[in-house]
Design a protein around this ligand. Sequence first.
Ligand SMILES: Nc1ncnc2c1ncn2[C@@H]1O[C@H](COP(=O)(O)OP(=O)(O)O)[C@@H](O)[C@H]1O
Ligand SMILES: C[C@@](O)(CCOP(=O)(O)OP(=O)(O)O)CC(=O)O
Length: 466
Amino acid sequence: MTTATSSLEPRAVSAPGKVLLAGGYLVLDRGYTGLVFGLDARIHVYIEPIRTNSGVILSEIIVKSPQFQEAVWEYGYRLKENDGGIAVTQLRASHDLPLTRNPFIETALAYALTYITATLPHLPIHASSISILADKSYYSNTSALPPTSRFHNFKEPLFDAHKTGLGSSAALVTSFTAALLTHYLPKELFDLGDEKSLTVLYNLAQASHCAAQGKVGSGFDVASAVYGSCLYRRFSPSLLEGYGEPGSPNFSTRLKHLIDEQAWDTEIHKSAIKVPSSLRLVMCDVDCGSKTPGMVKQVLQWRTSDPEKATQIWNALQTANEAFAAELTCLATSDTQNGDAGEKYTVLKRKILEIRSLIRQMSLASRVAIEPPQQTALLDACSALPGVIGGVVPGAGGYDAVAVLVENKEEVVEELKKLLSGWKVDRGEDAADGVKIGKVEMLDVREEMVGVRLEDPGIYKEWMDY
Ligand SMILES: Nc1ncnc2c1ncn2[C@@H]1O[C@H](COP(=O)(O)OP(=O)(O)O)[C@@H](O)[C@H]1O
Ligand SMILES: C[C@@](O)(CCOP(=O)(O)OP(=O)(O)O)CC(=O)O
């Protein structure tokens, strides 16, 4: 048995955001795959022990998100009887503050501490203080102040912040879980540089993210937070059935078994996607009056009602998505600086148009606004600019975002920015659904190949006094 104890050193970990460039809806089914890119907007988690001078032993973990107002969550924790693992209870941080819950933090904490004590039953879990810092692009910057450091002070409560849809909860759960495991477990048992530890992290983050969300999605967002950009085939959803809740009898043994011993059938293919250095992704946040809840449910309902047509579209899309990934990777591996860019990217451009055409067929047949006409107009205008390879509605689609692949040249990005900033705000008012697309904002992010990683704990100093 290992007798090693954990270090009491401060640790920091970050994980990337995501964009599902191709494979929305398909990736929910293990028969198909998704092409997910990590983004260079990261969520960082810093952890340090709380040291007391008095010799009093605290059982408290304090979590703060110092970029936001009133974002402090304090937890007490204790080992439950009947092998229930570690249960956490939220404590009131201050009498003046309302008790707001953060289900992603609370669940990730209970899962990670349970896994840690199941791994090393006699390890003392000392009190610690955790800070979360998110890169700017996760939220639209509504305050007028220019950002002064890498991390922006949003000066508003977290729950009022306008999210840009980069997958904050998956990046948070992943980096938060990794920070706890790195901090409490000795390096022989958990090391982010080691494949086996990444598998543990992936399984644990996937399980707690699904539990916190109250639903089992495809998990592409946690996959890219852990592994970075990849071709992703999901795990069987049945894996996450019936292992109980933190505190319930045998939760600890069941969770440990699920994470360490159960054979997960996730497939991560890192080498199947590469981006040539001559290209980059550009992400855009589209402000719109209308969000479309329940798109997934509606599309899947249609798929069940018309399986023949749906299978035809699903298979054609899978072929088109794979061909796009193959062409991108082929260009990346034979990347030459020379050659006529117009000709070099002809096939890639055609592949994107094929994908879009099939997505519009899916939209039409399911009557769900996946690539609605307002987005078609925007994507067509972007694609007509010199140096733009093409663009898609990422993820589930809808009105609120577009992702554009462009030549990696400042002038191309500048021209695109100009087009977007001048995009007529009320365009689309003639569309049958009456949805008006508002301001379109280019986000300061691009693709990132690397997943979760250790950071230098020293870089967060200025945020530690908040
Ligand atoms: N900076 C942060 N600090 C603390 N919690 C955060 C932070 N960013 C996101 N979260 C958690 O993630 C939730 C947002 O998750 P979700 O609605 O799934 O959006 P997303 O698509 O960005 O993942 C928030 O309500 C909060 O619980
Ligand atoms: C439909 C989907 O395949 C893709 C949805 O991707 P989005 O990026 O649109 O959505 P969020 O997870 O809410 O950020 C569902 C899934 O794979 O879980």
